[in-house]
Design a protein around this ligand. Structure first.
Ligand SMILES: C[S@@+](CC[C@H](N)C(=O)[O-])C[C@H]1O[C@@H](n2cnc3c(N)ncnc32)[C@H](O)[C@@H]1O
Length: 295
C-alpha cells in the first residue's frame, strides 16, 4: 500500500511527500467570544513570541516546540485562543459571510470552523452524526462561548430534505481518507477506502448544494489529496447541477496548486481548475477546497 500511496501522491506533486512529516510550526486564532484580543499580550508575558500571519489580523503561528507549553498557558486554558491548522482557518475565512447570514456547517465536529462562522454570521447550524464527537463539539462551543450555534446530531446526507434552500452559506468539510495527516508508515490507507469516501462525499455535496439558497455560496473541502475525493466530487456536482458555478480562490501564499483535470483515465470538467490544493508547509497541512456559487 505504501508504494501505491506514494506513487499517487508523486503524480499530484512530488514535493508533498517530503513535507508530510515536517511540521515545524503550529497556528492559533484569537477567540473573539472570550477576550481573544488580550491573548497575544498574555502569551508574550509567558515568554512566547507569536508571529501574525500576513493575511489575517487574528491568526498567529508559533514553533511546534512551544505547543505543549501553550496548552498550559492562561490564554489557552481560558479559551481565548483556538489552536487550528492554517489551511483550515484559511478555508473557513474564504467563505464570504455577511453578518446577517445563516451558515450551515454540514460535517462540523470538533467544531473549529463553526467557531469561526459564529463570529462572522448571525447564526450557525452545526451537523455531526457521530454521538461522541457531537457531544464533544457541543462542549467546545460552550467553552468558547459561541452561543449562536445550533447543533444537530444527524447524518448530513439527508439534511437537505428537511431544509431545502434554507442557508445563505454552507461549508462542507467532508469526512475523508485524511491523507494529509499521514506522517509515517501507511497502515490504514487503501484505494477501497478512498472510493468509499468518494461515494459518501458525492451524497454530502448534493445535500450541501440543495440546502443552499439560490444566490448562496458554499465551500467543499477535505484534508486529503486523492482526486477521487476532491476534483471528482466537484466535477460530479458541476455535471449534475447546471446552476452550480465554481468561483476562483486566490490564496495569499505560494504553497498551493490549482485543481487537476485528468486522473486515472478520467477527464474532469475544466472548471475544476479553479479549486485549490494547499500543499503542506510550516503550519499549513494538506487541504483541498473549492468555492461554489448557486444561481
Ligand atoms: C473533517 S471532519 C470536520 C472538522 C470540522 N469541520 C472542524 O473544522 O472542526 C469531518 C466530520 O464529518 C463527520 N461525518 C462523517 N460522516 C458524516 C455524515 N454522513 N454527515 C455529516 N458528517 C459526517 C465526521 O464524524 C467528522 O466529525
Amino acid at each position: 500500500m505504501q508504494e501505491l500511496f506514494e506513487e499517487r501522491i508523486k503524480k499530484i506533486n512530488p514535493d508533498i511527500l517530503n513535507q508530510l512529516d515536517k511540521k515545524d510550526e503550529f497556528s492559533f486564532r484569537l477567540n473573539a467570544h472570550r477576550g481573544g484580543e488580550n491573548a497575544v499580550e498574555m502569551l508574550k508575558e509567558e515568554g512566547f513570541e507569536p508571529k501574525k500571519v500576513d493575511w489575517a489580523e487574528d491568526v498567529y503561528t508559533l514553533p511546534i516546540k512551544d505547543r505543549k507549553r501553550v496548552v498550559k498557558s492562561k490564554a489557552y486554558t481560558q479559551n481565548r485562543i483556538y489552536i487550528q491548522n492554517l489551511s483550515s482557518i484559511f478555508a473557513a475565512y474564504s467563505l464570504d459571510i455577511d453578518k446577517d447570514d445563516w451558515v450551515l456547517d454540514l460535517a462540523a465536529a470538533p467544531g473549529g470552523k463553526s467557531l469561526i462562522f459564529s463570529e462572522r454570521a448571525k447564526k450557525v447550524s452545526a451537523v455531526e452524526p457521530d454521538r461522541q464527537r457531537y457531544f464533544r463539539m457541543r462542549r467546545n462551543f460552550k467553552e468558547h462561548k459561541a452561543s449562536n450555534i445550533q447543533t444537530y446530531n444527524k447524518d448530513g446526507r439527508f439534511i437537505y430534505k428537511s431544509c431545502p434552500g434554507w442557508f445563505d452559506k454552507v461549508f462542507l468539510d467532508a469526512p475523508c481518507s485524511s491523507e494529509a495527516h499521514m506522517d509515517g508508515e501507511v497502515t490504514w490507507w487503501n484505494l477501497r477506502r478512498v472510493r468509499r469516501f468518494s461515494k459518501l462525499q458525492k451524497e454530502l455535496v448534493i445535500s450541501a448544494f440543495e440546502s443552499l439558497k439560490d444566490g448562496g455560496q458554499m465551500i467543499y473541502a477535505t484534508c486529503t489529496f486523492s482526486p477521487e475525493e476532491n476534483e471528482e466530487v466537484v466535477d460530479f456536482l458541476l455535471k449534475n447541477y447546471p446552476n452550480a458555478k465554481i468561483l476562483p480562490v486566490n490564496p495569499p501564499f505560494d504553497n498551493y496548486q490549482k485543481g487537476i483535470t485528468s486522473w486515472d483515465g478520467k477527464e474532469y470538467d475544466k472548471r475544476v481548475q479553479e479549486s485549490v490544493r494547499i500543499l503542506p508547509k510550516g503550519a499549513y497541512s494538506g487541504f483541498f477546497m473549492a468555492k461554489i456559487a448557486k444561481s
